[in-house]
Design a protein around this ligand. Structure first.
Ligand code: GTP
Ligand code: ZN
Length: 206
């Protein structure tokens, strides 16, 4: 069993004006410092909106053209500001392979491989993520049923197979960034080979 270690108020978002709390945990299994952002005390709602967001330094911090992670993060924060929610920020950079390996994968993608082929070429599976710490974090917050914000069916399975009831799924928009280092091929590959439920019509040019 994991437990909440510290829980403290802060404002977040592009303008630092969205009230939230950040929580740290004890008893997590993989040794990473995962955190939860809690909006409007949503852990007290019966079925809060949840996002399990895997870390992406290049996208979340630098708003890289190669992916849509930073935009998804902002979208989650803004929606949770409106309706409450819990954002689990999971330290699973590069779908679990780490930042330097992800940059090696980007080199291979610049040479023509897709995102999964590049992982495989480096000796990794398509996706190394394990969401059991996310489940422990939800349980530590007393959350057993959720509305999940994702397009990734693996995240649904990870919760459903571990005692968290997923009552509804809320898709995120994706934002196309055109050009040689853009994210269009990355998003299309996730739909075609990763079974992502991303509605191509929901893709917006940003
Ligand atoms: N290995 C690898 N990881 C990538 C690449 N592009 C982005 N990532 C990582 O992919 C992860 C994306 O995380 P999420 O946005 O939470 O997950 P998702 O599987 O896309 O699912 P949803 O956004 O919930 O639909 C982050 O850890 C990024 O660092 C890539 O080309 N190669
Ligand atoms: Zn990213």
């Amino acid at each position: 069993m994991a437990e909440v270690r510290a829980r403290v108020h802060l404002n977040v978002g592009k303008k630092s004006d969205i009230p939230a709390e950040i929580a740290s945990f004890s008893g997590l299994k993989d040794g990473q410092e995962h955190v939860a952002l809690i909006f409007n005390q949503a852990d007290e709602q019966q079925t809060p909106l949840i996002r399990m967001h895997s870390e992406c330094l290049t996208g979340d911090v630098f708003h890289s053209s190669r992916c849509d992670c930073g935009e998804q993060l902002n979208e989650s924060i803004e929606l949770m500001h409106e309706q409450g929610g819990v954002l689990l920020y999971l330290r699973q950079e590069g779908r679990g392979i780490g930042l330097y390996n992800k940059l090696d994968a980007y080199v291979l993608q610049s040479q023509g491989m897709n995102t999964y082929e590049a992982n495989n070429h480096l000796g990794f599976a398509d996706d190394l993520r394990d969401f059991s710490d996310a489940v422990l974090m939800l349980k530590a917050l007393g959350i057993s049923q959720v509305k999940l914000m994702t397009n990734n069916p693996k995240k649904l399975d990870a919760l459903r197979n571990n005692g968290i009831e997923v009552k509804a799924v809320v898709g995120t928009h994706a934002h196309i960034k055109v050009g040689q280092t853009g994210n269009q091929a990355y998003l299309e590959t996730k739909i075609a080979h990763g079974a992502h439920m991303l509605d191509i019509k929901k893709i917006k040019k940003s």
